[in-house]
Design a protein around this ligand. Structure first.
Ligand code: SF4
Ligand code: SF4
Length: 450
């Protein structure tokens, strides 16, 4: 018994030192993130929490030491015990293909009175009034918008302009002299090279029918049926800069989105040309010139899950990414996708994006049956109308998602807890609220933009 008491008091000494160090570290991380309130709270906890442990050790208070030891072991076990979330939260496979003409970007490009405009609203008369709402607003990157910023909007324009120049390079001639190579070799090369080109994560999957849009909704091919005979897809993410995202919905967000559309477009074109040079047909899917629904491909390639806000949520950067896709006839080495059901389980309770959305476009409810499939769906009309008012692509949901925090030890420890323990998932969102606030204010624009 004496030994147990000795062990407990020693454990209390180690715990008090560890708690102090952990919360000092958290306070430093918060401070560097410019989260002064969170840093202060962490500091206070770091000073108060170790007190009972210190007392138990200092006064050799054996019973208290034993209680604290048992308490911490039980709590630790509960928070790392890997209970499985067995029930499927969302359905995976859409019952029909998505028509790109229904996407808001396509509807925004319709010229009033044009043949395409008239055809579209004859087919969907109920959408005309909804779309007139965004047409009344100033528009994306417009001078009269809420967050007009001359330089930032010009920079966003420059990036969109540059990615627009890539459009002709998405497809091209295939080298008639094919290099025979095995799937494993090329897949492993692409994974490493893709990251060297600037991708954050990269995955492969078989290309399914539901990955493809049914019809083109943008550009010269508007209304054309999409035929893509490729068998495989490469999907990758590129990271959106945290500082630029945190100021959302101000102008830095559209500047950063445009930059990452450009970066992902450039990487996709390089990868597609690489495959064609080896003798395999390949097509890059880039901003304004897609044949595929990128989040569905990226999810099936194992890069994340589609969460409450309708974007791909990745395990380490959450929705703070942009996507790129290449489709090809090359039979890439694919793996069975591991469903990340724990991420959707976290979404069920978190709801932070729904609370912060300025246009109330994100539902707080559980996933519902939509076109025969259980899933979340945002109100894309009200979201896009807000974009046209703000002049930016808003991104408030992306900025406040607890998964969007930086990739460091502190946030990865929280992600570990969320992944492994349903109990931890229930308290992780309130914890995030405690440190960052339930509806955190957007940060100031980075100084160099101001
Ligand atoms: S903010 Fe919360 S509910 Fe919304 S997508 Fe992120 S994790 Fe899910
Ligand atoms: S981008 Fe903005 S308006 Fe659209 S869903 Fe997210 S928070 Fe809401």
């Amino acid at each position: 018994m004496d030994k147990l008491f000795d062990l407990s008091t020693l454990f209390c000494l180690i715990s008090s030192i560890s708690f102090t160090l952990i919360f000092l570290y958290s306070a430093t991380v918060f401070y560097l993130e410019n989260e002064k309130k969170a840093a202060f709270r962490s500091l206070v906890i770091g000073l108060l929490l170790p007190i009972p442990y210190f007392i138990a050790w200092y006064y050799n208070f054996n019973i208290l030491a034993l209680i604290l030891l048992v308490d911490i072991i039980l709590t630790g076990l509960l928070f790392i015990y890997p209970f499985k979330t067995s029930k499927a939260i969302c359905d995976e496979i859409p019952l029909s293909k998505i028509d790109e003409r229904n996407v808001m970007f396509s509807r925004n490009e319709l010229v009033i009175g044009s043949e395409n405009y008239n055809d579209y609203y004859t087919q969907y008369p109920e959408k005309e009034e909804l779309d007139n709402a965004f047409r009344k607003e100033a528009g994306l990157c417009s001078k009269n918008s809420l967050f007009n910023h001359t330089f930032a909007f010009a920079a966003a324009h420059a990036s969109f302009f540059t990615v627009g120049q890539f459009k002709k390079a998405v497809d091209g001639k295939v080298n008639p002299s094919r290099t025979e190579t095995d799937s494993e070799k090329i897949s492993s090369f692409l994974k490493t090279w893709g990251k060297k080109l600037g991708a954050l994560d990269i995955g492969f999957c078989e290309l399914k029918d539901y990955h493809l849009y049914s019809h083109k909704g943008r550009g010269d091919e508007y209304g054309n049926e999409i035929h893509n005979t490729h068998s495989h897809a490469i999907a990758f993410t590129v990271e959106m800069n945290e500082e630029m995202v945190q100021a959302a919905p101000q102008a830095s967000i559209v500047m950063e989105s445009a930059q990452q559309y450009l970066d992902s477009g450039r990487i996709a074109i390089q990868i597609a040309e690489f495959l064609r040079h080896l003798g395999y047909s390949a097509r890059a899917h880039i901003d304004g010139n897609y044949q595929v629904v990128c989040p569905l491909v990226a999810r099936d390639a194992g890069l994340g899950e589609i969460g409450r806000m309708g974007l791909l949520i990745t395990p380490k950067q959450g929705p703070r990414v942009r996507l790129g896709v290449v489709t090809t006839e090359f039979p890439l080495k694919t793996k069975d996708r591991k469903k990340l059901n724990y991420m959707l389980d976290f979404c069920l309770n978190c709801k932070k994006c729904a609370d912060v959305c300025p246009s109330k476009s994100i539902s707080s409810d559980a996933p519902k049956m939509i076109d025969g499939v259980k899933r979340w769906q945002i109100n894309s009309e009200s979201c896009f109308t807000y974009w046209c008012k703000a002049g930016t692509d808003c991104g408030r949901c992306m900025a406040t998602c607890p998964y969007s925090h930086p990739d460091n030890l502190l946030h990865n420890a929280i992600r570990f807890g969320i992944k492994h323990s349903p109990l931890f998932r229930r308290i992780a969102a309130p914890l995030d609220d405690f440190f960052y606030g339930r509806k955190p204010k957007s940060k100031k624009l980075p100084e160099w933009i101001n």
